[in-house]
Design a protein around this ligand. Structure first.
Ligand SMILES: Nc1ncnc2c1ncn2[C@@H]1O[C@H](COP(=O)(O)OP(=O)(O)OP(=O)(O)O)[C@@H](O)[C@H]1O
Ligand SMILES: [Mg+2]
Length: 238
């Protein structure tokens, strides 16, 4: 039997002004899954995550999270329900300390602040060491840890990460990927990860969707996609 659906998206469309960016996206994420999205630049990956969290209004279609329609809920309500986004470009408060950034991420979940801080520091020990330093003084890898750590501060069930590896050294990416797998195991958090590095995307995920010009052009288990000639030629240069 398949695991329960955590997120179900059907025929979702959205855009900016009168330009349609997402065209009839249909996708689901089930309990215990890590799902990856990859595809060319400008294909709508970030717009899709922003539409899920409520920063971009859908034009049509359905977003169901934990069996509830959430299309018209505010970002705060979606975060309260358990969605969280580590956004593209990290969007940290660079003039604030590491710990202040984490606290900002936990403001909707204040009862669990201490516990969540401790959890984040246990997954990312470098953040504990640097907790009094300014976010702007961290390395790129540490900033990415902070962005993910901040997203974890609201006790999410569903974590979205936009551009996991962008600009990071391979060793840092390996550590991050291992940590995410550990978090999935221990917290039972479901993840939707946008990742331009296709080999990494397929390595860390159970299933993946390929975006092109606002549409899903391919999907499958990551194991199958890795073997598929079209994927290998277009995205893995093999
Ligand atoms: N705030 C905005 N206003 C107007 N157009 C936008 C806005 N944000 C994105 N777009 C346009 O929407 C399309 C999809 O952009 P989006 O950032 O979602 O793609 P992406 O797949 O995340 O790309 P990348 O791989 O470069 O991150 C692009 O044509 C982009 O120029
Ligand atoms: Mg993007």
């Amino acid at each position: 039997m398949q695991n329960r659906k955590v997120l179900e998206v059907r025929d979702l469309s959205a855009g900016y002004g009168d330009v349609e960016v997402l065209k009839a996206i249909t996708l689901e994420v089930r309990e215990r899954e890590i799902v990856a999205i990859f595809g060319s630049n400008g294909s709508g990956k970030s717009t899709f995550l922003k539409t899920l969290i409520g920063l971009v209004k859908p034009w049509g279609g359905i977003i169901r999270f934990e069996d509830r329609h959430i299309e018209s809920l505010s970002v705060q309500d979606r975060v309260r329900m358990g969605m969280s986004l580590a956004a593209e470009g990290r969007r940290l408060f660079l003039g604030m300390s590491v710990e202040e950034n984490l606290i900002m991420g936990g403001w909707l979940c204040r009862e669990e602040l201490k516990e969540n801080l401790e959890k984040v520091y246990s997954y990312f020990p470098q953040l504990r060491e640097k907790r009094r330093e300014l976010a702007g003084d961290l390395s790129g890898g540490q900033q990415q840890m902070l962005s993910i750590g901040r997203a974890l501060m609201s006790s999410p069930k569903f974590l979205m990460i936009d551009e996991l590896s962008l600009g990071l050294a391979p060793a840092v990416v390996d550590t991050l990927a291992e940590t995410l797998l550990k978090i999935r195991e221990e917290q039972e958090i479901v993840m939707l990860i946008v990742e331009q590095e296709v080999s990494l995307a397929l390595e860390i995920s159970d299933r993946a969707y390929v975006f092109d010009l606002g549409e899903i052009v391919d999907e499958g288990t990551s194991e199958d996609l890795m073997k598929r000639d079209s994927i290998r030629k277009t995205y893995l240069s093999i």
